[in-house]
Design a protein around this ligand. Sequence first.
Ligand SMILES: NC(=O)C1=CN([C@@H]2O[C@H](COP(=O)(O)OP(=O)(O)OC[C@H]3O[C@@H](n4cnc5c(N)ncnc54)[C@H](O)[C@@H]3O)[C@@H](O)[C@H]2O)C=CC1
Ligand SMILES: O=C(O)C1=N[C@H](C(=O)O)C[C@H](O)C1
Length: 249
Amino acid sequence: MKIALLGYGKMGKIIEKIALSRKHEIVLTIDNENLHELTAENLQKADAVIEFTMPASVISNIEHCFNAGVPIVVGTTGWYDRLDEIKQKCAASDGSLLYATNFSVGVNIFFHINRLLAKVMNNYPYYDVQVEEIHHMQKLDAPSGTAITIAEGIIDNLSSKTDWVNVLTTDDSDDDKNVKSEELLIESMRIDSVPGTHTVIYDSEVDTIEFKHTAHNRNGFALGAVLAAEWIHGKKGFYTVDAMFDFKS
Ligand SMILES: NC(=O)C1=CN([C@@H]2O[C@H](COP(=O)(O)OP(=O)(O)OC[C@H]3O[C@@H](n4cnc5c(N)ncnc54)[C@H](O)[C@@H]3O)[C@@H](O)[C@H]2O)C=CC1
Ligand SMILES: O=C(O)C1=N[C@H](C(=O)O)C[C@H](O)C1
């Protein structure tokens, strides 16, 4: 396949390596220095685009791909308040988009088990639940997209929680978080160069159940994004990464 990369930062560079190792060709690489090369003509050289940039750039990059008629895989997080609008634009332009808050296979297994666990915990109301995420200091958005998906998985399946709230801390302090009982706390921490750690914590007076995913590096995210580009090639429509997995409960 011919792939275009939008964003050539930490993720873009690893995606390039993995795409080449899977015998794909990188036909276009766009970063801040060569934005003028982001034209429909250049995008149309690719069978699919993989986009890992930043929250402020992603919407216009998606629109460029819809206008050029090229499928786009979106890894950038921090834009989900615009999901409905983008879904409509995808339909109106007969476009193709697949996005994920996290492309790693391990995290998508984690998402699935998290939903099942939340269902089970309805029977045990003396446990309260919260979500913790830890990322590197350069991360622009909080909470992480992954933590939002985890929180939505809990809220959809656990009747005691109706909404999530986020607290961003730079240390592990135990300050009063002031969270209502029906609110699900997502605690975000930013520490050095952590690639991404997510924990769901069910706590009672007598014990604690912790369910945790730790990314050791970024390779799993990058491989998932390349697999997504292979998956969306030749398809039309608006998809989440769930479409690539077949979890049976
Ligand atoms: N969905 C997933 O599995 C994952 C998502 N991410 C998300 O991906 C995004 C990028 O992450 P990193 O690569 O770590 O960030 P990074 O900061 O290392 O790289 C982003 C790059 O995008 C470039 N850029 C900014 N605006 C651009 C534009 N309009 N067009 C082209 N390039 C542009 C920047 O110059 C930078 O080189 C973040 O939103 C992060 O949260 C990161 C890892 C996994
Ligand atoms: O910014 C990152 O690095 C990551 N972002 C994604 C997120 O917001 O969940 C995925 C992964 O955790 C790394």
